[in-house]
Design a protein around this ligand. Sequence first.
Ligand code: UDP
Length: 324
Amino acid sequence: MRVLITGAAGFLGSHLVDRFLAEGYEVVGVDNYITGASDNLAHLDGDDRFRLIEHDISEPLFVESSLDGVLHFASPASPVDYLEFPIQTLKVGGPGTHHALGLARRHGARFLLASTSEVYGDPQIHPQPEDYWGNVNPVGPRGVYDEAKRYAEAMTMAYRRAHGLDTRIVRIFNTYGTRMRPGDGRVVSNFIVQGLRGEPMTVYGDGTQTRSFCHVDDEVEGIIRLYNSSHPGPVNIGNPDEFTIRELVDMVMEETGSTVAPTFLPLPEDDPVVRRPDISVARRELGWSPAIDLRTGLRRTIPYFADLLNQTDARARTLSGAGR
Ligand code: UDP
């Protein structure tokens, strides 16, 4: 059995690669490294069941070897990243999804789309069930990501209806864990890095907005269950425990030992006021619910960032020493 995963060098993509390899699959990864990192796959050097094709899936891709599954995870996913790469974000969700679907069709493979809670925009229904159509501003700065993913869902359903392709759609809510980039810009990685460096945590707005944070191990388990099920989705996979950003600050301060007061910065445009998944479908159809609470998940994640920062600091010391 062989699967192809786009965005394989990314945060979620690389964890999925590991999971499929652990389940005995061969894995073909695809990444153009605009937000992915080869370090996320360095531990697979020499593993002949894995190979990486450096390629932008916004351009067509032909693969000779047979494929049983295609999982489309390529995309900038942090607001900071998709604001920096707005056109690439639209392209990977638009033509990129089309090419990944075409690849699945050519190989008779199952297709799984990584969609997002952002399809609900700034939601007027709370928590968000899958049958809520959302409240998205198409011309706002986040529209590049939200509309790309909405288009990607529509294209996936078109392939299902028109070509009988075996498809799945997962709507991923805020996820955190190892292999996020320290400069990724998302709130959990930002706060951990700031806490470890003794810098003030940057709260956008007044910090009363809410998010619900899922540890990557739970997220991957949910995605795998959806992939192996016969449910086409969309299915929300996220942790329904909801926190204000102020509550997150307090917890990350406790867990990193930081005592520096947070700083307040302007709220980004169209930043959703609340977000929390309704996971009834995942519970019923996949028998899935998250097992890792936020504090436990932070304790699993903080040492990863502490190591990274130590390495970065050590490199900086060597470089400044060499320059003297
Ligand atoms: N946020 C914050 N400080 C940061 C980064 C993010 O207060 O340094 C806020 C952001 O405004 C949003 C929430 O945290 O309300 C989650 O932001 P993130 O970028 O992680 O993802 P989003 O859920 O907005 O896609």
